[in-house]
Design a protein around this ligand. Structure first.
Ligand SMILES: CC(=O)[C@@H](O)[C@H](O)COP(=O)(O)O
Length: 334
């Protein structure tokens, strides 16, 4: 015991001074736990819960005190997790497309089920400005959902820039998704044209999120010329093949100072989870939801997968081993 009437103990690995004669229940309450809902080990021995109110602490005790399952709040701070692009914050890390759906109503229902806060719209194909024709904005409220105009179908920098200038004139959009395709067969991005367009658009005040190859050096160049997000393909657009090169996606994530979102090629929920487990900030997809047998159910699945992948990334996966390792230690078996 110390001169001031306290004793030294270790609680959950941390040194602590407490009043001599204090009970374990009092200590639990002091550290914010409900004594009736804790499990306690003292000096590696389990302390029965029924005795916590009378068991006094001794100098040098080492305690492990935790809320037992069902007793405490094991919730994870999912809701506090946000990502940010060009100064805008979002909770959902899933961006969905607006092509290939049966109709706009089905598209809207899928967006709702996905929990997405951003939809991307091919401004050359989808009507968002002519009130005389069916408008997507009648189904997906632009006050609640951020519209991200994209340049789908553009094969030159000039084409893409012209499309986005028109979009800005019509709807005021500055946060845009740039894609400049190299050829119709593979729909691979033309990186020379993409870099050129990114630089011009950024100088004109646009905030381009840029579809690109899964190449860490190209990603750096894009960032240098003003891309506000890097969007490497997981696999060719509409292929549903899943992430073909996890190594390069991881390298892009490690090197980027702006958000990285896998764009294109996701086929099913595990592909989306894999992208998030690599540390991507989000995933953009269209075909996997729109062409599922039940697009609304798939939108739910994608939402869950993106959230699960993100949680797993934050949690930090265990290391891989070459050989088995027993789940219950074998040492000390009788
Ligand atoms: C780059 C591009 O066009 C993508 O936004 C595409 O629309 C999505 O690709 P998936 O249809 O493969 O999800």
């Amino acid at each position: 015991m110390h001169n001031d009437g306290t004793i030294s103990i270790i609680v959950n690995g941390e040194h602590k001074r407490v009043r001599a004669g204090q009970t374990i229940a009092e200590l639990a309450a002091e550290i914010g736990l409900v004594p009736e809902k804790v499990a306690v080990e003292r000096n590696l021995e389990v302390v029965p819960r029924s005795t916590l109110h009378e068991t006094k602490l001794h100098d040098g005790d080492e305690l492990e005190i935790v809320h037992f399952v069902g007793g405490g709040d094991h919730g994870v701070a999912v809701d506090e997790d946000r990502w940010e692009v060009a100064g805008k914050r979002f909770r959902s890390r899933l961006i969905v497309g607006t092509g290939k759906y049966k109709d706009m109503a089905q598209n809207a229902a899928a967006v709702e089920a996905s929990g997405a806060e951003i939809v991307t719209v091919a401004v050359r194909r989808v009507n968002v400005t002519d009130p005389k024709a069916p408008m997507l904005t009648d189904y997906i409220d632009p006050k609640k959902i951020t519209y991200l105009p994209n340049t789908a179908g553009c094969f030159t920098a000039e084409d893409a820039i012209r499309t986005l200038r028109l979009a800005r004139e019509a709807g005021g959009w500055e946060l845009v998704k740039l894609e400049v395709l190299g050829e119709a067969r593979t729909l691979y991005p033309d990186m020379v044209e993409t870099l050129r367009a990114t630089e011009i658009l950024a100088k004109e005040g646009f905030k381009p999120m840029v579809y690109c190859v899964d190449d860490p050096i190209a990603a750096k160049r894009l960032e240098d010329v003003g891309a506000v997000a890097i969007m490497p393909l997981g696999a060719p657009i509409g292929s549903g093949l899943g992430i073909q090169n996890k190594v390069t996606i991881r390298l892009i994530v490690e090197g980027a100072k702006v958000p990285v979102l896998v764009d294109a090629g996701v086929g099913t929920a595990s592909d989306a989870a894999a992208a998030m487990e690599l540390g991507c900030d989000g995933v953009l997809m269209n075909t996997a939801i729109a062409e599922a047998k039940d697009p609304i159910l798939m939108a739910h699945a994608m939402r869950a997968a993106v959230e699960a992948g993100r949680l797993a990334y934050r949690a930090g996966r265990m290391g891989k081993r070459r050989y088995a390792d027993p789940s219950s230690p074998l040492a000390g078996l009788i």
